[in-house]
Ligand binder design. Structure first.
Ligand SMILES: Nc1ncnc2c1ncn2[C@@H]1O[C@H](COP(=O)(O)OP(=O)(O)OP(=O)(O)O)[C@@H](O)[C@H]1O
Ligand SMILES: [Mg+2]
Length: 367
């Protein structure tokens, strides 16, 4: 009987190219608490094509992250990268029940997914009546190559954890975003919302990573558009290394420490980089506004929320807001949460933007 037994939490583990990020949350009533967290850097070559190159070695790093965080939770959730997942909405007969869809799934998928069916995992979501015909319903196919899931599950198992959820980064971000929505600047309250356009609640979430940046457009709390762009914070590291004749490691250190490498660091390197990022984000937005579905001019992005390591670049939010004329904030999904005594709360505050995916995964504990 589980009446008074507290439901065991699920660890959120983000296996990303730069680091393992781990979060454990608990909840009492409406309040969440951070019970444990860790960021364990990954050396070069640990990830290959965005997957763990060697699940044994990755298991060791995850084990280390667990140990450092002090967590005792063993069940864990991971996410595959958004770009590794193919989603297609297809019509199926309206009378099809879940079991009928399951039977027909792989036949349908073969037409829409560009990989051999034996190399992918397939899932689906029933979306309701089809717009096109009353005799049809929309079914969203979700597919990813098996290796994206298998390598992550193997790494977790090697760390002594029990994989219970394999999510998609975009959904983990949606989950965290629900907590962030409260703190977003309200339209018309000093933001750049133009008054002649209807408020439609679109928000851009920009995940600036080491080598890639993902732009997500959300309507309320649902992702409606995604675009991956090939730039990230590692470019800043390279620029620092080149400009000042430093090794990669030294440049990485310099980037993170508050004291600058050289007198002209801000003017020659950092500020131009922030402007470049802002302009790239602008290009991504233009892409959204020129896509078939959203080109009507009716849509407006009210706010930009920055997440990922890039969001930790001091003052980036201000530059993005200035360049694009859209209110911009740096995400901290843990802002209104308490934390356990063993949690280093200043490190949590500093790393919060990088922990948004892990946090979204940990929130799955309370589904
Ligand atoms: N304080 C900081 N200031 C500037 N950049 C930082 C800081 N801390 C981390 N970074 C940079 O953030 C990047 C890592 O971000 P993040 O963890 O979001 O990437 P990732 O998810 O591992 O990679 P990707 O999203 O590209 O697949 C690295 O380039 C790192 O140097
Ligand atoms: Mg990332």
């Amino acid at each position: 009987m589980a009446l008074f037994k507290r439901k065991e939490s699920i660890l959120g583990i983000d296996i990303s190219p730069s680091a393992i990020k781990l979060i454990e949350l608990s909840r009492s009533g409406p309040r969440f608490r951070v019970e444990a967290f860790a960021v364990e850097p990954l050396g070069e070559g640990m990830m290959e094509d965005r997957n763990p190159a060697d699940p044994d070695a990755m298991g060791e790093v995850i084990k280390r992250a667990c140990r450092k965080s002090g967590t005792r939770v063993r069940r864990a959730a991971v996410a595959v990268p958004t770009s590794s997942v193919i989603t297609r909405t297809i019509p199926m007969p309206a009378e099809f029940k879940e079991s009928d869809i399951e039977v027909n799934l792989s036949i349908e998928a073969a037409q829409y997914i560009p990989y051999p069916i034996e190399e992918i995992y397939l899932d689906f979501e029933m979306k309701g009546p089809s717009q096109a015909s009353s005799e049809m319903q929309d079914v969203m196919l979700v597919a990813t190559r098996k290796e994206n899931v298998d390598t992550r599950e193997a790494a977790l198992k090697n760390a002594g954890l029990v994989p219970v959820i394999v999510d998609i980064e975009a959904y983990a971000l949606e989950n965290s975003f629900r907590l962030l929505m409260e703190s977003l600047p309200k339209a018309g309250g000093g933001g750049s919302l133009s008054l002649d356009k209807p408020r439609d609640g679109l928000t851009a979430l920009v995940d600036i990573g080491a080598t890639i940046t993902n732009l997500y457009i959300l309507q309320q709390d649902r992702v409606i558009f995604t675009r991956e762009q090939g730039f990230g914070c590692d470019q800043l590291t390279l620029r620092i290394a080149e400009t000042y004749g430093l090794s990669r490691e030294q440049a990485e250190q310099a980037k993170r420490s508050a004291d600058s490498v050289a007198e002209d660091f801000a003017t020659a390197v950092l500020e131009p980089f922030k402007h470049m990022l802002a302009e790239q984000i602008g290009h991504g937005l233009q892409f959204f506004f020129s896509s078939d579905q959203y080109a009507s001019g009716r849509y407006n992005v009210d706010t930009i929320t920055l997440v990922g390591g890039g969001a930790m670049i001091v003052g980036l939010d201000r530059v993005v807001a200035d360049v694009l004329g859209i209110a911009t904030v740096v995400a901290n999904p843990f802002k209104n949460m308490g934390s356990a005594a063993k949690v280093n709360s200043s490190a949590l505050l500093r790393d919060a933007p990088m922990l948004v995916v892990a946090g979204g995964l940990a929130l799955r504990s309370f589904d």
